[in-house]
Write a protein that binds this ligand. Structure first.
Ligand SMILES: [Zn+2]
Length: 148
């Protein structure tokens, strides 16, 4: 049982990201060349065909990149490609641990604040003369009246 995301999945995640970027650029370039060639109809058919190819190619790359990225991030079962809850749980384990860690951090933060507030209240000073516990900021013992 792996506790970390495998290197294959990391590679797929970044590869998917790269595919999405290429697809996005290809898709956007259609608009850029469309604006640059605006009013120039000398090779309209060729431009239209190239634009169509880039728009479709870009979209397909975006979709494939998104799928590859999702599979890389969550694993085959974790992303729903394979119906295997047991494997999905294993593959999503790093995320579960991340969520658990974040909850723990939040609780630690709350606990720390409560803890310091509570600690302030319970600090008492023992009188050296009679042993009575007095408030931290008291100058004289409540019991015997000697200076603290
Ligand atoms: Zn005392």
């Amino acid at each position: 049982m792996s506790k970390q995301i495998s290197s294959e999945r990391k590679t797929a995640f970044y590869l998917g990201g790269i595919l999405m970027v290429i697809g996005g650029i290809s898709f956007l370039s259609v608009f850029v060349t469309g604006i640059m060639n605006f009013g120039d109809f000398s090779n309209f058919e060729g431009q239209a065909r190239s634009s169509m190819a880039r728009a479709f190619g870009g979209m397909i790359l975006l979709i494939i990149g998104g799928i590859v990225r999702g599979v890389g991030a969550r694993g085959l079962a974790g992303s729903g490609v394979l119906l295997d809850p047991e494997q999905a749980r294993d593959e999503l384990e790093p995320y579960s641990r991340m969520a658990g860690g974040m909850v723990k951090d939040a609780l630690d933060e709350v606990d720390l604040n409560f803890g310091s507030a509570a600690a302030e209240k319970v600090i008492m000073i023992r009188c050296r003369a009679c042993g009575k516990l007095n408030e931290e900021d008291s100058k004289f013992c409540q019991e015997c009246g000697k200076g603290i």
